[in-house]
Design a protein around this ligand. Sequence first.
Ligand code: ATP
Length: 372
Amino acid sequence: MTTEKDMLMWDETLFRESDIFELDYLPDYFPHRDNQLNSIRYALKPTVRGGRPLNCLLYGPPGTGKTSAALKIFDELKEYTDKVITVKVNCQIDSTRFAVISRIYKSVLNIAPPASGVSFNRIFDKLAKKLIDTDKVLIVVLDDINYLFYEGHADEVMYSLLRAHEQYPGSKIGVMAIVNDPEVIYGFDKRVTSVFLPEEIEFPRYEWSEIDDILADRIQRGFFQGVVSDSVREAMTDYVAENGDLRVGIDLMKRSGLNAEKRSSRKIDVEDVNKAYAASRSLYLSRMFSVLTDHEKYLAIQAAEAGEISAGDLYEKFRDHTGIGYTRFYEIVNKMVSAGYLTADFSGKGSKGRTRMIRSGFKKEELDELLK
Ligand SMILES: Nc1ncnc2c1ncn2[C@@H]1O[C@H](COP(=O)(O)OP(=O)(O)OP(=O)(O)O)[C@@H](O)[C@H]1O
């Protein structure tokens, strides 16, 4: 039975510090990523002595700490040198070469470039000269670089940044590309691949125990003592482990806290978490879905609509729709299976022996909701 002492007063809150549950919060405790952090340190080390960094490719599923790891190392680097300027470009927002260069220009020159009437080359020229005059090394993070491909700007951006020193001797620029799918780099043309030989740093999905550890730390910092019991935290971890996306975990903790506050409860219970997950999951699904190519989206939709479909039948639909052959179809399906968008099981029922049965990782209603 709920007693008065379990009730939250109107001016009370469960949150010790609400910033802790913001997605751009960079935590002090950043465990289970030591190898990745060390690889980034190694790639950026030359900059401490004023040299050009090694280029990097950070890849792995959503919410596995890629962006945060890069930002953590930048903070570290700034304690050793003031010769480095770091700029993070969110390519989903800045998806043309002009937008990317404007973002970099703003960070380096502390002023926005003219919005119109100036060419890319003029802006780049000023940027490169500024770097040379001030003897700074520039590190550009291209977060979600796949978005630069959609309008055909990826090669131009990479080419300009990575070959700048040919046109502007003395300029030092390195690129850190962040993606979900490392295959992205096969999309660059030769002029880029000859200069972009990145250190590839993988960010695998977190395991249950790793997620639980990270959530426990956030809970301790973010909520008052006693708000989240071990069993409630474990219920949260179970949900997050379904897809391994820590961003869902952070969102889930925050929403669960708000749900409990709404009930004026001093404690979060499992029901608050269940309710919160429904909302966090739709956030997760929309992010997951948005990174798929059109072909992948088509396969996800077909599989969800069918409930379960044999690989052969799915291929026929796919071929009729896209004209693409079996080998490529097979590659795409395998990739989607390993990323959790599809599941594939062999059944003994097929007329020609064992049939590979495909199911979608999305529920049909969830997809309908997303496609609305
Ligand atoms: N090892 C970790 N320890 C503590 N917090 C973490 C860890 N890894 C990720 N996080 C947290 O999870 C959230 C998502 O991380 P981040 O944005 O770095 O992931 P990402 O891999 O770049 O995701 P995306 O591909 O969606 O951009 C952030 O709020 C971050 O603080």
